[in-house]
Design a protein around this ligand. Structure first.
Ligand code: HSE
Length: 438
């Protein structure tokens, strides 16, 4: 049986997971590939610490020099797991130019510098795997490139950030304020300290950009995706959402509108009986609709050594299969051999049409509700339900409303006028609603 050699650059949590799964399931993987898949070199700045995995790499595998891995003529597949942008980009491009196939988990790099990397892979005829960049252990990239390849993807709604999902779950279950839930997530190892890119929507936007790029065959920059995080979500809003029959999740949403694509990441209210409302803790899930397949749901762990190691190893196995069959890369990075039929135009957020939740903090006086309702009516915003809490309280009381479908541009104008009223001392909270009525 022939051997396919792998070099790993970056031997942190994920790198150790890749090594572990390739060793633990070595014979089964060899049987599936038709060749032995062997880690031949590992580059890392720390070549002595015990990574706490069941299989210890031989000391002779390690080097401090990533270029030694890239320029080893026996290595077929280079795995980049150092993260970050510039060094990772340079190493990946160098590996490709040296004729190596590349696997990476680096979503930020693909979401920011994707075109350069995809072009180089195609120009040098090498494969690029990035299954681990979205959804950790969930094989969503493989599903888009293979299982769903006959479909136009019409809708994607994802819970793509496990940290935010964990925080929102704890806020919902325990009534914790955001800051306490973050502190708990950091303490228990579910979040980085501080988890800025997770809670401000950037990480989910990186992943959504990758999903859209494959679904439509053209690289999309995450910068073109509207994003808000979960920092402004309060336990009060979670409670009011619950009274209306909704949960609050950080959603990454893409919809094919025909001439444009809706792409946005923000906290959203979703009916409690929607399947995504029941994805809790640090789990990820992706709900897709294809024009022929209909609805599809993917669920699993979005991070961690073993799930992410499994995803990286699946890319290595896919490339190893191509190598065994003569080194022909069958599937280009974005799974489109020709340029897509149409350009991707992302719809500006101001054009979004969706139902909304508003929590207005207003003084409890006669006529206040009618002034607010008047402003909404002037902007073609129709209220579907309203609750006012805390009659008799001193200071402002919450007036909580759900609207029928309204246009974001109108909502922003109306809310700014409402917030200017002398009877509205605090900024109104606005949360978009997704997934229909409960
Ligand atoms: N930080 C990410 C999350 C995991 O919280 O989901 C890696 O993509």
């Amino acid at each position: 049986m022939s051997t396919i050699n792998v070099g790993i650059i970056g031997f942190g949590t994920v790198g150790a997971g890749v090594f572990e799964v390739l060793c633990a399931n070595r014979d089964m993987i060899a049987s599936r590939v038709g060749a032995q898949v062997v880690v031949k070199r590992i580059a890392d700045l720390d070549i002595t610490s015990d990574r706490g995995i069941a299989f210890q790499p031989d000391r002779s595998l390690f080097t401090l020099d990533a270029l030694e891995v890239i320029h080893d003529p026996e290595i077929d597949v280079v795995v980049e797991l150092i993260g970050g942008l510039e060094t990772a980009r340079t190493l990946i491009l160098e590996a490709m130019k040296t004729g190596k196939h590349v696997v990476t988990a680096n979503k930020a790099l693909l979401a920011e510098c994707g075109p350069d990397i995809y072009r180089t892979a195609e120009a040098y005829g090498v494969g690029l795997g990035f299954e681990a960049s979205v959804g950790g252990g969930i094989p969503i990239i493989g599903a888009l490139k293979n299982g769903l390849s006959a479909n136009r993807i019409q809708t994607c709604i994802g819970i793509l950030n496990g940290t935010s999902n964990y925080i929102l779950t704890r806020m919902t279950q325990e009534g914790l304020p955001f800051s306490d839930a973050v502190e708990e997530a950091v303490r228990l190892g579910f979040a980085e300290d501080p988890p800025t890119l997770d809670v401000n929507g950037t990480d989910a936007a990186h992943k959504l950009a990758i999903i859209i790029s494959i679904a439509f065959g053209e690289p999309v920059s995450f910068k073109d995706i509207y994003r808000e995080g979960i920092v402004a979500v309060t336990p009060d809003d979670i409670r009011f959402a619950d009274e209306f029959g909704y949960g609050i999740k950080l959603l990454a949403i893409a919809k094919d509108l025909g001439d444009r694509i809706e792409a946005r990441v923000h906290a959203a209210m979703i009916p409690k009986d929607h399947i995504l409302a029941n994805v809790n803790e640090a789990f990820n899930a992706i709900y897709l609709e294809g024009d022929f397949v209909g609805p599809n749901l993917y669920y699993g762990l979005g991070a961690g050594r073993r799930p992410t190691g499994s995803a990286v190893a699946s890319d290595i196995i896919a490339l190893a299969r191509d190598i065994r069959c003569g080194n022909r890369v069958r599937i280009p990075p974005l799974a489109h051999v020709k340029a897509p039929i149409r350009d991707i135009v992302i719809q500006p957020i101001q054009d979004l049409v969706t139902p909304y939740y508003f929590r207005v903090s207003a003084l409890d006086r006669p006529g206040v509700l009618s002034r607010i309702a008047g402003i909404l009516a002037d902007h073609q915003i129709s209220i579907s339900s309203v609750i006012q809490k805390g009659r008799g309280r001193k200071g402002p009381v919450p007036i909580v409303m759900l609207t029928h479908e309204a246009r974001e541009r109108d909502v922003q104008k109306a809310i700014s006028l409402i917030d200017d009223l002398d009877v509205v001392p605090e900024k109104t909270v606005v949360i978009r609603v997704e997934g229909g009525q409960p």
